[in-house]
Design a binder for this molecule. Structure first.
Ligand code: SF4
Length: 290
C-alpha cells in the first residue's frame, strides 16, 4: 500500500504568514496573546500554546492592558483596533493581504451604496471571524447568506452589492449570484448599477476544489485531516466524499481505523487550509505502519 500526502493541501499563504509571525514574536518573549484561535485546528493550537501563545476571546481583550496581541489571518473589525489603542495594546497584525483588500472593497462599496439606500450582502458563515471583520467595515446594513434559502433576507427593492467570505465555494457563490439576478429580472430591476457581484472567493481555495476532485478520484481511500470547527475542512471533505465514497475525516492519527484500508493500493492524505503539514505527515506515517 502506498500513501501520498496531497501536495495542494495544508495551510494557505495567509495562515502560513500568521503562524510564522506568531513563532517569530514568541521567540523573543515569554508569552504572546492571540485574539481567537490562530487556525481552526486543535492540534496546531495546542502546539502553539506549548510555545507560550495564549489564545484569548474578544471579551478577554477588554480587560487586557499594555500587552502585545496577535491579529490572525481572518482580520478584525475597526472596533478591535480602537479598543487596542485605548488600552495601550500593541496589535501584531497578521491579517491576510487578500482579506485586507476585501475589507477595503466592502468598506468602499458600503460608502457608495449608502447614497442610494443600498445594502451589502455577504455569502459566508454568520459567526465566522472573517465575516465579522467584513461587517465591521460597512456603514450600511449587511445581510449574511449562509445558504441559498437565505436570499429571502435580501430586500430586492434596494440596490445590492454582493461579496463572499474568502473560503466559500466558488461554485455556490456563482449559484447565489444567478439566483439574485433572476429575482431581480422577475421584478425588472435589472440595470447594472442596481446589482454588482464581486467574486471574492480566495483563488488559493477555489483552485483546490478542482485539484481535490482529481486527487480524491485517483486514490482508493482518502483520509482527510481537519479540525471539527473548520468550515473549510468540512467543505473540502464534502468534495472528497462526493468523488470517493471511501473518504474518512480525522482530527489526528489516533482516529485512523485499520479496516478502512482493506484491499487498498493507493491512499491519499489531504487537509484543509487550516491543517498543518506536520499533522498530515504524522497521519501518513501512521497509515504506513498498519
Ligand atoms: S484562504 Fe486565502 S484569503 Fe483566506 S487566509 Fe488563506 S490565503 Fe488569505
Amino acid at each position: 500500500m502506498q500513501v501520498f500526502v496531497d501536495p495542494n493541501s495544508g495551510f494557505c499563504g495567509g495562515v502560513v504568514k500568521a503562524v510564522k509571525t506568531a513563532e517569530k514574536e514568541i521567540a523573543g518573549q515569554d508569552q504572546l496573546y492571540c485574539l481567537g484561535e490562530i487556525v481552526h485546528n486543535q492540534a496546531e493550537v495546542a502546539r502553539l500554546t506549548e510555545r507560550g501563545i495564549i489564545f484569548i476571546s474578544h471579551d478577554d481583550l477588554k480587560s487586557i492592558r499594555n500587552a502585545k496581541v496577535l491579529v490572525r489571518a481572518h482580520g478584525e473589525p475597526p472596533e478591535t483596533y480602537q479598543l487596542a489603542k485605548q488600552n495601550n495594546i500593541e496589535l501584531i497584525d497578521a491579517t491576510c493581504k487578500v482579506v485586507q483588500r476585501l475589507q477595503r472593497k466592502v468598506g468602499k462599496a458600503a460608502e457608495e451604496i449608502k447614497k442610494v439606500n443600498g445594502q451589502i450582502v455577504i455569502f459566508g458563515k454568520t459567526k465566522h471571524p472573517e465575516v465579522l471583520g467584513l461587517m465591521g467595515q460597512s456603514c450600511v446594513e449587511v445581510v449574511i447568506l449562509e445558504k441559498e434559502g437565505d436570499i429571502r433576507k435580501i430586500d430586492f427593492t434596494r440596490p445590492i452589492r454582493l461579496f463572499s467570505q474568502t473560503t466559500m465555494s466558488m461554485l455556490k457563490f456563482e449559484e447565489i449570484k444567478l439566483l439574485i439576478q433572476s429575482k431581480l429580472n422577475e421584478s425588472q430591476r435589472n440595470d447594472k448599477y442596481f446589482f454588482e457581484a464581486t467574486n471574492s472567493v480566495c483563488k488559493q481555495v477555489s483552485k483546490r476544489e478542482e485539484k481535490l476532485v482529481f486527487f480524491a478520484r485517483s486514490h482508493d481511500v482518502i483520509v482527510f485531516v481537519g479540525g471539527q470547527n473548520s468550515s473549510n475542512a468540512k467543505f473540502l471533505f464534502g468534495i472528497c466524499k462526493e468523488h470517493n465514497a471511501k473518504s474518512y475525516f480525522v482530527a489526528n492519527e489516533t482516529e485512523i481505523q485499520k479496516s478502512w484500508f482493506e484491499g487498498a493500493d493507493l491512499v491519499g492524505v489531504s487537509g484543509a487550509t487550516s491543517t498543518p503539514q506536520w499533522l498530515m505527515n504524522e497521519v501518513a506515517e501512521k497509515i504506513k505502519t498498519l
